[in-house]
Design a protein around this ligand. Structure first.
Ligand code: PLP
Length: 388
């Protein structure tokens, strides 16, 4: 009998080893892993440079308190700021912590400029920002909040794409709009560049902050280091996590100078956040995934993958409704029964994961090889052919 709580609907399979894009199960089978811990292992399994980093750093220093200077963290923060809009970075251990901290930063900023009434956060209904008490009420999904009341107040919601309703929901108490640049759990829904531009203009006009949750779509997943970059806007606050640790738990909030001014000593903290071991790994991941040549390769692979998936959509119009996504954050929207499809893909040795709106989510490592994408396409083709 398992003594683990049943809050996950786990597949009956365990893995003993991973190498690059592949996972090897305890019962001796080989799988092409296009989940990668849900966009976490951006360099695949057992990347030699990450192994080396952990080996070296583990012999030197694992953990010290944030009461002291942590040079490895200084280094990673500098790299993140050089690569993005940010002036300051605050580290944590997970995505939910980073989105929660983002909410705190937004509120604290308005408090610090003498406008404490500006504390409400406007979010997309049924979005995903993590599983802490505040984050579930930010997401505003019934499935996630049911049984976890009393409701955390301070969040307002609008429906994805409904601009009129969004504008109406902005009041004198609104502090920020928080959205995912590309909705991951919500079904791989990309916010178009023109929309992000309008959103920035609106936030400027209303003098509120723009928080873009890049926990899933960030860290080169979209083909740009951060997914909003193509729109050329500058948000105020950006929580990141998943990919930045390459499998080691790291979360962070990127922010501009203006909002960082509210975060004075004592306003926030984390015991584990930003420790030397985590930061060393983050530095190695960052050095690899932020390179222009690496990003160009993600774009190239994405083009190949998406165009071939669209071919499969034309071949199987009764099964595949739409191909979604950007970079290597890809969704195959089916007409029905996506759960069964994911199971069939797994039987054919390709691991994928569900998202909302009947979407099969595909998250290969960012250094995936073209021939591995080809292999996945073959499996998807076969699975469609046999799908009844
Ligand atoms: C995964 C995710 C989170 C939560 O991250 P955790 O590390 O699971 O806490 C928050 N926001 C988005 C967009 C995510 O995809």
């Amino acid at each position: 009998m398992s003594h683990l709580t049943k809050n996950y609907n786990r597949k009956k399979i365990a893995f003993k080893r991973g190498k690059g894009s592949y996972l090897f199960s305890t019962n001796g089978k080989k799988y092409l892993d296009f989940v990668q811990g849900i966009a976490v292992n951006c360099l695949g399994h057992s990347h030699p440079k990450l192994i080396k980093t952990i080996k070296n750093q583990s012999k030197k220093l694992w953990h010290v308190s944030n009461a002291f200077q942590i040079p490895e963290g200084e280094k990673l923060a500098k790299k993140l700021c050089q690569k993005t809009f940010a002036d300051y970075v605050m580290f944590s251990n997970s995505g939910a912590e980073a989105t929660e901290a983002s909410i705190k930063i937004a509120r604290r900023y308005f408090f610090s400029i003498g406008k404490p009434h500006k504390n409400r956060i406007l979010c997309i209904k049924n979005s995903f920002h993590g599983r802490t008490i505040a984050a579930i009420f930010a997401s505003g999904s019934k499935k996630m909040t049911e049984g976890f009341g009393p409701k955390v107040s301070g969040f307002d919601h609008f429906v994805f794409g409904n601009h009129t309703s969004m504008k109406k929901k902005i009041t004198k108490n609104t502090a920020a709009i928080m959205v995912e640049s590309i909705m991951g759990e919500g079904g791989i829904k990309v916010i178009p560049d023109w929309c992000l531009k309008e959103l920035r203009k609106l936030c400027d006009k209303k003098k509120i902050l723009l928080i873009l949750d890049e926990v899933q779509c960030g860290i080169s997943r979209s083909g740009d280091f951060l997914a909003f970059e193509k729109s050329r806007i500058k948000p105020d606050i950006v929580p990141i996590a998943k990919g930045i640790g390459g499998g080691f738990p790291i979360g962070a909030v990127l922010m501009n100078k203006k909002v960082a001014s509210g975060m004075t000593p004592g306003t926030h903290g984390s015991t584990f956040g930003g420790n030397p071991l985590a930061m060393s790994v983050g530095n190695t991941v960052m050095d690899i995934v932020s390179k222009k040549s690496f990003l160009n390769n993600v774009k190239k692979l994405s083009k190949y993958f998406l165009s071939n998936l669209n071919r499969l959509r034309e071949k199987y119009p009764k099964i595949i409704k739409e191909i979604r996504g950007r970079g290597l954050l890809i969704g195959i929207q089916l007409h029905k029964e996506q759960e069964k499809f994911v199971k069939n893909l797994m039987d054919n040795k390709l691991l994928t994961i569900r998202a909302a709106e009947n979407v099969v989510r595909i998250l290969p490592p960012l250094n995936v090889k073209r021939k591995e994408i080809k292999e996945a396409l073959k499996i998807i083709d076969k699975t469609c052919r046999d799908f009844k």
